[in-house]
Write a protein that binds this ligand. Structure first.
Ligand code: PLP
Length: 388
């Protein structure tokens, strides 16, 4: 059976051309970039080249790119780093209620350490209201952290506008751009962000490597203590193969973005329209237009998301009920609940995220298979029986 992978938001395969470039840095060019001899300096050169490619993708300076072990570390570093470095000025952080757990759990940790956190509500599309952002700011606010695009519903937040508010209030601004990077254009100066989190494995790079963009002059304490790597901002010998892979993935993403956005938007809209037409009592979650070109999140009444995922898997199709991290828990998605969905509606949600190897044939196959699965599940559903 041909497998159809439609969970690119959970992770992407490393592109063969990226893996090929990385290989050399495991075996031949293995030197420590901190070593003074040529072996080390060669890998340092490759690392700096990769840094430049990532900086170019977001309009940053090379020295503002700090390598981390992934998006989670970048989020932790940004939020704890600013909080602990600026404690004498205030203790208040503003974030949204639909952030990834890497942000939400970091905020909860800081609450236990005496910080105060405002979790902004969102509207039915998952959008943060700018007036709420303004109203939440106090003279104790240190940081605003709002994600660029949601991993679950694909909604793109008004980052440029929030950036202006933060700048006016002289408050640091962080955005988790893990799902946006490489998929839509990002320019840190246009957005007005001070800190931006990224992860290589969402744009056809390897897992276990990320970046925190830190605007020059931003005051934050290091997250990892030890050696003097990354200009003393992140200790530990750098993951050179991962970093080189990230750089290549960033370069390819930049070259291919315009075409890929058009192609994926078309496929996304075909699938969305087809599903809403073919399956009754179904809604699209997230904003209809302000959304990632590759994300579809639907709620199907009277069926469980998990049952749909398992039945799709039997047909060779990989999809998800929400974020990969929460898909093993039976709690309804905090994102869908924050948007006002009932727990039943949230339980019946399904996310398809498309990518580089998604074809029209894949979309047709889902449109053929899913209505059949839903009809079968509804025929057995106690949810539907109680509704009748
Ligand atoms: N932030 C968002 C929005 C994500 O989607 C993810 C991954 O799912 C992360 C952070 C965590 O990134 P990583 O898996 O690189 O730690």
């Amino acid at each position: 059976m041909r497998r159809i992978y439609l969970d690119y938001a959970a992770t992407t395969p490393t592109r063969p051309e990226v893996a090929k470039v990385m290989l050399d840095y495991f075996t031949e060019s293995f030197g420590n970039p901190s070593s003074l001899y040529s072996y080390g300096q060669e890998t340092k050169g490759a690392m700096e080249e990769a840094r430049g490619k990532i900086a170019a993708l977001i309009g940053a300076r090379d020295e503002e790119i700090v390598f981390t072990s992934g998006g989670t570390e970048a989020d932790n570093f940004a939020i704890k780093g600013v909080a602990f470095a600026n404690e004498s000025k205030g203790n208040h952080i503003i974030t949204s209620s639909i952030e990834h757990h890497a942000v939400l759990e970091t905020c909860k940790f800081l609450e236990r350490r005496g910080f105060r956190v405002t979790y902004l509500p969102v509207d039915k599309y998952g959008l943060v209201d700018l007036d709420d952002v303004k109203k939440a700011i106090t003279d104790k606010t240190l940081l605003i952290s709002v994600m660029y695009a949601s991993n679950e519903i694909g909604t793109i937040e008004p980052i440029t506008e929030i950036g202006k508010i933060a700048k006016e209030a002289r408050v640091y601004f962080h955005t988790d751009a893990v799902q946006a990077l490489g998929h839509i254009p990002i320019d840190v100066n246009e957005l007005g962000v001070d800190l931006l989190s990224m992860s290589a494995h969402k744009l056809y790079g390897p897992k276990g490597v990320g970046v925190l963009y830190i605007r020059k002059g931003t005051k934050l304490v290091p997250f990892m203590h030890g050696g003097e790597q990354e200009r003393r901002r992140r200790a530990s010998t750098e993951n050179v193969p991962g970093i080189v892979g990230f750089g290549t993935a960033a370069e390819l993403a930049q070259q291919e973005m315009d075409e890929e956005v058009k192609r994926l938007t078309y496929l996304r809209d075909q699938l969305t329209k087809g599903l809403l037409e073919r399956i009754d009592h179904t809604r699209l979650n997230g904003h209809p237009l302000k959304r990632l070109p590759n994300n579809i999140n639907i709620s199907v009444d009277y069926v469980e998301g998990e049952s749909m995922v398992l039945n799709l898997d039997l047909e060779g199709i990989c999809a998800s009920t929400g974020s990969a991290c929460s898909s093993s828990s039976l709690e309804p998605s905090h994102v869908l609940l924050a948007m006002g969905l009932s727990p039943e509606q949230a339980h019946g949600s399904l996310r398809f995220s498309l990518g580089k190897w998604t074809t029209e044939e894949d979309i047709s196959r889902v449109l053929e298979v899913l209505p059949r699965i839903v009809a079968k599940l509804r025929a057995m559903s106690p949810l539907l029986k109680s509704h009748r």
